[in-house]
Design a protein around this ligand. Structure first.
Ligand code: URA
Length: 285
């Protein structure tokens, strides 16, 4: 398929090289194959339509219409344990204002002593897509918003590539971004199991309130929290998981992608899978 100018710009924004096919008049057999570094890879070459367009397409088509893009990879049969949020937490019945207040005043673990402020999350209260990251870094701790540093800029580009945004918009386009931990661990160290456990009711409640159609879990700790497994991202990606009845697609953390540029193509595949699952969710609603 040919990439439009806009699509090429988006892929370039994600740092992905774009292979542009020669004009049809040129004999393809004489064309050298694209270099190995070209992305997205062959099996993910179908670019998903932007989320809003997907919704319009699905709404226009009868539910039984075979309009769905094939899932990039078949779901593996191996089930993954679903992490069930603690039901005894008072957080489980809070509305948005109460939840926001509870997060802001939380002293459940020692991270409250070193934080500048909590980072609650941003986005549409009923977003179709929820993005779950790990923990605030220095800039997030200073500004009170998730993913505002270099990793956040890459995340924004990834979202843009599939027609999503953190900026104001409709639920179909504006995502909700939350972290697994609401406070920055000192010097950005890894979250401790105790901290993750104490913070988990907040994320669980955010998910219950947003009721997303799809969760994109980015990085090891987000995945651990949502899926209750410590398997590697590499092993878990490419399949559809579940958290509290919501499909979860796992992918690499943007901060990791900034260090491992070659993995960006895999994240593109993950986004294609996510869009495909999202389509199915809309069609079955
Ligand atoms: N990494 C995350 O996982 N979340 C942030 O908010 C920033 C960096």
């Amino acid at each position: 398929m040919a990439w439009s100018e806009r699509q090429q710009a988006m892929l370039r924004g994600m740092g992905l090289k774009v292979w542009v096919p020669p004009p049809a008049a040129e004999p393809l057999l004489d064309t050298p194959p694209p270099p190995a570094a070209v992305a997205p890879p062959a099996q993910a070459i179908e670019r998903p339509a932007p989320a809003a367009q997907v919704q319009a397409q699905v709404q226009a088509a009868p539910v039984s219409a075979p309009a769905l893009a094939p899932v990039a990879r078949p779901a593996a049969p191996a089930p993954v344990a679903v992490h069930v949020p603690r039901s005894d937490s008072p957080v489980g019945s809070m509305d948005w204002p109460a939840l926001r207040e509870a997060v802001a005043g939380c002293t459940a673990c020692s991270l409250c002593e070193s934080r500048t402020q909590t980072v609650f999350g941003v986005g549409h209260a009923n977003a179709h897509w929820m993005i779950v990251g790990e923990a605030p870094g220095e800039q997030e701790d200073r500004l009170g918003e998730p993913f505002v540093g270099a990793a956040g800029q890459l995340l924004d580009q990834m979202l843009k590539a599939v027609g999503l945004t953190r900026q104001d918009g409709e639920a179909v386009q504006q995502v909700f971004i939350a972290n697994t931990l609401k406070c920055r661990p000192p010097r950005n160290r890894n979250p401790l199991p105790e901290e993750l456990a104490r913070c988990s009711p907040f994320l669980s409640r955010q998910i219950e309130l947003v009721q997303p159609k799809l969760i994109l879990a980015m990085g090891r700790f987000a995945i651990q929290q949502l899926l209750g497994t410590d398997e590697s991202v590499g092993k878990l990606r490419g399949r559809v998981h579940q958290h509290a009845g919501v499909p979860v697609i796992v992918t690499y953390h943007p901060a990791y992608l900034l260090r491992q540029l070659t993995e960006k193509a895999k994240t593109w595949e993950d986004l294609c899978l996510a869009m495909s699952v999202y389509r199915r969710q809309l069609a079955s609603a």
